[in-house]
Design a protein around this ligand. Structure first.
Ligand code: ARG
Length: 457
């Protein structure tokens, strides 16, 4: 019998039961549901709404139920719809009357919002740790290869020489902001809905602040309708997860390119690559590909939730039950992806020879030549035009930029000197970019140390 069946004369149709249950997935909220109920019961007792004795029985009974669920000794029933009613009816079965007092001054509407917020607060911290692990793997790899030069790309075309470590640290920065975003979302979700009831608050003298404090919330939600009606905290969280997934996907794409025969910039460990059932020679970067692929799924959950919310009148509508599976899947997906990708990175070995060969393309130093001219008085636009002319000249002659003589160069760059010929040197080029944030080894070494410090326990 459903806990709300008082006014009903017919049993719920079995199709409706199957259609509307959430226990098959919201059961993961049980530790938080129990935590919320225990705080609520203590508050009820403190306010004299239930007896101290009843509160103690409720708290103890819920501890026993928690243990049963932990141990896999709990039969979840879809007839009881969701985690809230599964736990509550088991409690009443066990401890009788006091259990029937637990739901005083509470609705499943404020209960579910509380459970979700507690769960997400926990996950925000846990995901942040996973992202930190990812950063550590990247920083370690950068520290292992602090001077390795490779071509940097814009438009996937050779742009300028960069340090491999600089490329990796770019992702460390991105993941750093991802952690800030999680911390920020956590701040906004760490507020307590309990006391909002179904919609309008409660006629009983609840102490909302007391409940909130016991649950470690920073504040209560100050409007009961907002407390039960919105899911912006889920949307914001999914947005933060989507951005993490996007960053992981770009990293994956870099890895997939580098691992291709055309680039051959890196090796990946056998334990983190897979073979083909048909082509015996294959070694595929499936972890990176799946990461890229799973990103679409995470974005999908964000879009689904935005869409679910957009037309809902205030306040609670059952549509809101659809907030969970996508959130859970996004969380599970991002965490497993982070763990797998961080582990894969520890097996990544750069191919120094191939990176050096690619970085030896003297066209990568065309900007260095233009900036040399600027240092010697040529306006940048003019310098750019002259160097462009020099590139065209070399292309026409079928030679590389560093194969031209000084006289050749002077035909299009009249102020060129022998110094210009020496610019076609990737090491000099990276060393020259020593501004804060630049790819010079001194700067990159500083950033490696900075991150090592920041990522310490
Ligand atoms: N399982 C429900 C959900 O997740 C809990 C709230 C149900 N409230 C209600 N009025 N039916 O949204």
């Amino acid at each position: 019998m459903a806990l709300w069946s008082g006014r009903f004369t017919q049993q719920t149709d079995s199709l409706v039961q199957k259609f509307s249950e959430s226990i098959s997935y919201d059961r993961r909220l049980y530790p938080f549901d129990i935590q919320g109920s225990q705080a609520h019961a203590k508050m009820l007792a403190k306010q004299g709404i239930i007896s101290q004795d009843d509160a103690e029985k409720i708290v103890a009974g819920l501890n026993d139920i928690k243990k049963d669920i932990d141990d896999g000794n709990f039969d979840f029933s879809i007839a009881l719809e969701d985690i809230h009613m599964n736990i509550e009816s088991r409690l009443t079965e066990r401890i009788g009357q006091p259990g029937a007092r637990l739901h005083t001054g509470r609705s499943r509407n404020d209960q579910i919002a509380t459970d979700e917020r507690l769960y997400m607060r926990y996950e925000a911290d846990d995901i942040s740790l996973h992202v930190k692990e990812m950063q550590r793997s990247l920083v370690q790899l950068a520290a292992d290869w602090p001077n390795l030069i490779m071509p940097g790309f814009t438009h996937l075309q050779h742009a300028q020489p960069i340090l491999f470590a600089h490329h990796l640290l770019a992702y460390v920065e991105m993941f750093g902001r991802d952690r800030e975003r999680l911390a920020d979302a956590r701040k906004r979700l760490n507020r307590c809905p309990l006391g909002a009831g179904a919609i309008a608050g409660c006629t009983l003298p609840l102490d909302r602040k007391f409940t909130a404090e016991q649950l470690g919330f920073d504040d209560i939600l100050h409007n009961s309708m907002d407390a039960v009606g919105d899911r912006d905290y889920i949307i914001e969280f999914l947005a933060a997860l989507s951005i993490i997934a996007m960053h992981l996907s770009r990293l994956s794409e870099d890895i997939i390119l580098w691992f291709s025969q055309e680039f051959a910039f890196i090796e990946l460990g056998d334990a983190f690559t897979t073979g083909s059932s048909l082509m015996p020679q294959k070694k595929n970067p499936d972890v990176a590909e799946l990461t890229r692929g799973k990103t679409g799924r995470v974005y999908g959950h964000l879009m689904a939730m935005l869409t679910t919310m957009k037309g809902l009148p205030l306040t609670y509508n059952r549509d809101l039950q659809e907030d969970k599976e996508g959130l859970f899947d996004a969380i599970d997906t991002v965490k497993l992806t982070l763990a797998t990708m961080s582990a894969m990175l520890t097996t990544l070995k750069p191919n120094e020879k191939n990176m050096a060969a690619a970085a030896a393309d003297p066209a990568l130093e065309a900007t260095d030549l233009a900036e040399w001219l600027v240092k010697h008085g040529t306006p940048f636009r003019e310098a750019h035009r002259q160097v462009g002319g020099f590139v065209a000249f070399c292309n026409q002659k079928g030679i590389k930029l560093n194969e031209a003589s000084l006289d050749d160069m002077k035909t299009v760059i009249p102020t060129a000197t022998a110094e210009c010929l020496a610019l076609f040197n990737p090491r000099k080029s990276v060393e020259g970019r020593a501004l804060e944030g630049g790819t010079a080894p001194v700067r990159v070494a500083e950033q490696i140390s900075r991150w090592q410090e920041l990522l310490k326990e």
